[in-house]
Design a protein around this ligand. Sequence first.
Ligand SMILES: C[S@@+](CC[C@H](N)C(=O)[O-])C[C@H]1O[C@@H](n2cnc3c(N)ncnc32)[C@H](O)[C@@H]1O
Length: 412
Amino acid sequence: MIYSDGEALLRKKIGLDPNSIGSDAIARAIEQRMLECRITNINSYLEIIQTYPQEWDALIDNLIIPETWFFRERESFKYLQQYVVSEWLTNHKNSILRVLSVPCSTGEEPYSIAIALLEAGLNPANFHIDAIDISQKCLLTAQRAIYNQYSFRGNPLSFQERYFQRHEIGYHLHEPIKSKVHFMHGNLADPDFLIGMPTYDIVFCRNLLIYFDITTKERTIRILERVLTSEGLLFVGHAEAGLLLQSRFVSIRHSLAFAYRKSAIFHSLLKPKEHKNSHKNYRLTHSIRPIIDKNLTQNPVNLNVNNSPQHTKANLLGTAKLLADQGHLPEAIQLCNDYIKQNKVSVEGYVLLGQLQQAMGNNQESLQSFQKAIYLQPTHREALTHLALLKENQGDVVSANILWQRIQRLQN
Ligand SMILES: C[S@@+](CC[C@H](N)C(=O)[O-])C[C@H]1O[C@@H](n2cnc3c(N)ncnc32)[C@H](O)[C@@H]1O
């Protein structure tokens, strides 16, 4: 059953694009809540969620994907440290660095930021971290700061020993780190999000834009501009880099950091008439998210990919993306290769494969995948941008500049 009115309400209130998690997942979440509330009529239920905030929160908790872990996309944290040491500390000796993590989910991201800043040499009194999420349940878990092994993925995990106490019921975060993060409830899809509040020097907004519909994505990018200081840094998730290509944010061009600045350089690159109207000119590229099979986000993924003949051609790529989101990169790469074997001219397949190989540190393979994507679609901005960053990273400034010019021409 598709609950169109329910989907419309979710789109209006939290910007959720039904294609991002699928109509089936939305229907399941609504039906489960109706069952628990002993309500059989969908219209009555829709009235209830608009009258009782507790029920609205319960539905949100059934719908959201709180997937997160400590130091997810580690290079972003390394770049943050590099920025703090080489720029912030030299230019802002007596200031307080203001950081925002939205959405913060169950707290792993803002606590990772706190650890990274302390390890970069910042005095605890010299930074302030706010962390916001729409899910009250996630916020409670975040404030408790007790984690299980799923919150620790990848290597190295040496920080676990330094900042956590192992107990029977999980890893307890040390109090000095815990006390550095201020959790708040908020909805990033609200046009008045943080309006009138002081701006931030650093904003982490990762793995949420991919779930928003196009209007909310565009509006949110303008909100992120508003909440960030003019010299500030914005970090997004790897699948969201393409969304900023035509915004006022420019990449800081550090491979795998997915960091952006509202830079004056961008304004000088624009022609005067475009500059004047640039806020009207946003046209976002589609994220790779909508290709996810509609049933997958709520169903557990079978990691035994070799024994998964049920993966159809259509959902292989979606499953690969989902596995990647969950941090199972080798399995995601295997599925992506299987998909490409069956779809030899799939640009999306090569772009995703390139991103995964890059995330695994296999830069040469990743370069070849992006080159194949560009061969198939010479105007693919996301593939061109990844390739430019990789070339820069390898010190091949000439090729990188040619690619940046090509990307610039596409924007004109
Ligand atoms: C996949 S987690 C991302 C967490 C973290 N930023 C990361 O990248 O690991 C997505 C989070 O977005 C939150 N969320 C969904 N819609 C939201 C909204 N409109 N405003 C704020 N948070 C939202 C969910 O509650 C969930 O915790």
